[in-house]
Design a protein around this ligand. Structure first.
Ligand SMILES: *Cc1c(COP(=O)(O)O)cnc(C)c1O
Length: 348
């Protein structure tokens, strides 16, 4: 049986959260002398002398609309990376609990675990980059609090089988975190729609990829209101700054434009994959549901260095298990993709 209380760290269960000035008074007033801000203003144009809304109410309402979620099922972080760190701090007792990751996958799950002194157990993906359910099950014990699942996965680019994720959700009493940073580039249905079904589900999404706003640092967690309440307790009071809240609200008015970009990137991804497989030395271009391609290429390390001499930076994944001789290549502009293809074409 899933029991959130039993999953939560004791110190967090009994934590009295910081109560900010904006928490203690949130009504209408003319004169705000409660937060030690600079009442004269700032060198900048707008009202940045005031602390931002610690609960990001307007922004969450706009996100809830776009994502068909409820506002109390949304937590916003300073990038998904903050959400990842917070999940450790809320649920994993340092030196005692453990989590499971499925490499090759996003590096922050392990780095964040190490920072929090939480043991990482590894159930590597199978040769087809799908979950090894048997291995996963053998690793989980009473102290396993989180299982990290990245779909579409970074750096392999594929989506993980929905039925496999379902199996994990149904058979694991800890939290299953499905990181959907690249979901907009795939045809897969988001797991956000399944929150009512699974009290142990946490879905991560981000404004850094499809929304084109990596510079704003805005990540989203979707989960039951009970899980969100615990994350809210632990977060720094003003973790989403005023500028980010305003600009993200503006961006959310432009869903159409974002969808146009997504379609264009997907078309360019598919076109680039077709061109790359024909280049001598390229052994395989993996199917991608993301905005990058994993490319197996002869002497990948050397190719990586060669591309650098041409001013082109890709991600060298050649010493990652299951990715030997692989480069991860982000889809660029039409012109950038052509520069890449021309450089690779003149290799041999
Ligand atoms: C890029 C990426 C993120 C995004 O992190 P932010 O902190 O939101 O920029 C999260 N997960 C995966 C798998 C990623 O590749």
């Amino acid at each position: 049986m899933f029991n959130l209380d039993a999953l939560t760290r004791n110190n967090i269960k009994t934590l009295a959260p910081y109560s900010s000035a904006r928490d203690e008074f949130s009504g209408e007033a003319k004169v705000f002398l409660d937060a030690n801000e600079n009442s004269l203003g700032s060198p900048l144009m707008k009202w940045y002398n005031r602390y931002p809304d610690p609960h990001q109410v307007k922004l969450k309402q706009a996100i809830a609309k776009v994502k068909s979620a409820q506002t109390n099922q949304i937590f916003l972080g300073n990038g998904s990376d903050e959400c990842i760190d917070l999940l450790y701090r809320c649920f994993c007792e340092p030196g005692k609990d453990n989590v499971i990751i499925c490499p090759p996958t996003y590096g922050m799950y392990e780095v964040s675990a190490n920072i929090n002194n939480v043991e990482v157990r590894k159930a590597p993906l199978l040769d087809d980059f799908q979950l090894d359910l048997v291995h996963l099950e053998s690793l989980a014990d009473a102290n396993t609090k989180l299982i990290w699942i990245c779909s579409p996965n970074n750096p392999t680019g594929n989506s993980l089988n929905r039925t496999d994720i379902e199996t994990v959700l149904n058979n694991f009493n800890g939290l299953v975190v499905v990181d959907e940073a690249y979901i907009n580039f795939s045809r897969q249905r988001s797991w956000v729609g399944e929150l009512a079904e699974y009290p142990n589900l946490v879905v991560l999404q981000t404004f850094s990829k499809a929304w084109g706003l990596a510079g704003l640092r805005l990540g989203m967690s979707f989960a039951s209101d009970a899980i969100i309440e615990i994350m809210d307790r632990v977060k720094p009071p003003y973790n989403i700054n005023q500028v980010t809240q305003e600009l993200a609200l503006q961006a959310l008015e432009e869903v159409g434009q974002v969808n146009d970009m997504i379609r264009l990137i997907v078309d360019m991804r598919n076109a680039l994959a077709e061109v790359l497989v024909q280049i001598p030395g390229v052994e395989k271009v993996y199917e991608s549901d993301a905005n990058f391609l994993l490319v197996k290429i002869r002497e990948a390390k050397k190719v990586y260095e060669y591309l650098l001499t041409k001013g082109i930076v890709v991600r060298d994944r050649s010493n990652v298990k299951l990715c030997d001789d692989c480069l991860r290549i982000t889809i660029g502009t039409e012109q950038e993709n052509t520069l890449l293809v021309d450089a690779l074409g003149s290799l041999y």
